[in-house]
Design a protein around this ligand. Structure first.
Ligand SMILES: O=C(O)CCC(=O)C(=O)O
Length: 294
């Protein structure tokens, strides 16, 4: 039986994307995030998303300095960012996608990690960026996350109790259609990408990718960016946006700090899937295993 909508997203869900810029002071970054999460919750959001690396500069040279260990019960002395996220979720009663934070594990490897907290402040799951942002565009952006980061090796689908499931990726992960398709086939109602795109690739690809992931899978996509700091070493793109399953941008902003809101509706998923029924028109009997084609 094809799942078409209402059972995928069980009820309307107001989501907020907090577009802010991180600076060199970790404590100030956390305080800023907390203030905005409180504001979004006061506006009635039940799911709040922070951007990629909200607690640190987006710089391969800085990730180790800002990294923290991830655990279900974060020690505020060792992991002030993770502890603060858990507390914010608990204090506001929202599901919180904690943007991302450089995380170190017991072997000393560093990951770009997004932690998700329940309205009770419980760690529901986490995603380590799987596809590291290593690009070299002549005359444009050159960035090599793999200089200091290790990739995660797991796809992430998380159940938000009472609403349904989300697929979670981080920024560059959105370029890869396969994880989003898998999340949708596992019943996710939205694909969520804490991000910090840039002014080289942002103009052509940001909105296109956000809308494509939504239309490919007939789900919502939620792209939450850092805001732009002109003349910084990494000018983020901004333009946080929410796309509905038809590819309509239902909330968006420009470069500066902002919070955007959208209400995700079960009927919109259902109606899209009924009108254009690609969900059960796929030809898995014909498609080869693409991993075998390499
Ligand atoms: O894919 C891109 O062009 C940008 C990705 C990015 O900025 C990131 O992964 O942080």
């Amino acid at each position: 039986m094809t799942r078409i909508g209402r059972e995928i997203l069980q009820r309307s869900l107001k989501v907020a994307c907090i577009q802010i810029a991180s600076g060199p002071n970790k404590a100030q970054n956390i305080t800023q995030a907390r203030k905005k999460v409180l504001e979004a919750a006061a506006e009635g959001a039940s799911l709040v998303v922070l951007p990629e690396c909200f607690n640190s500069p987006y710089s391969t040279a800085k990730f180790r300095e800002y990294a923290e260990p991830l655990s279900p019960h974060p020690d505020p002395n060792k992991a002030p960012s993770f502890a603060a996220l858990s507390q914010m979720a608990q204090d506001t009663g929202v599901f919180l996608i904690g943007g991302s934070i450089p995380e170190y594990d017991e072997s000393g490897k560093i990951y770009n990690t997004s932690a998700v907290y329940s309205p009770q402040g419980k760690l529901l799951g986490s995603h380590r960026k799987m596809h590291l942002f290593d690009i070299d565009v002549p005359g444009g952006m050159c960035f090599h996350e793999s200089d200091t980061l290790s990739p995660g090796n797991e796809l992430t689908v998380i159940d938000l109790d009472g609403y349904g499931k989300i697929g979670l990726g981080i920024c560059y992960d959105m370029r890869f259609a396969e994880p989003s398709t898998i999340a949708a086939r596992q019943g996710a109602f939205a694909l969520i990408y804490p991000s910090a795109f840039n002014t080289t690739t942002g103009p052509l690809h940001w909105e296109l990718l956000g809308r494509s992931r939504a239309v490919d899978n007939q789900v919502y996509s939620v792209l939450c960016s850092q805001s732009r700091v002109p003349d910084s070493s990494y000018p983020a793109w901004g333009y946080s946006m929410v796309s509905d399953p038809m590819g309509r941008v239902v909330a968006g902003t420009k470069e500066s700090d902002d919070i955007i809101y959208a209400t995700l509706e079960p009927d919109t998923i259902k109606e899209t899937r009924q009108a254009i029924p690609i969900t059960h028109q796929r030809r898995h009997d014909v498609y080869p295993d693409i991993a075998q084609l390499l």
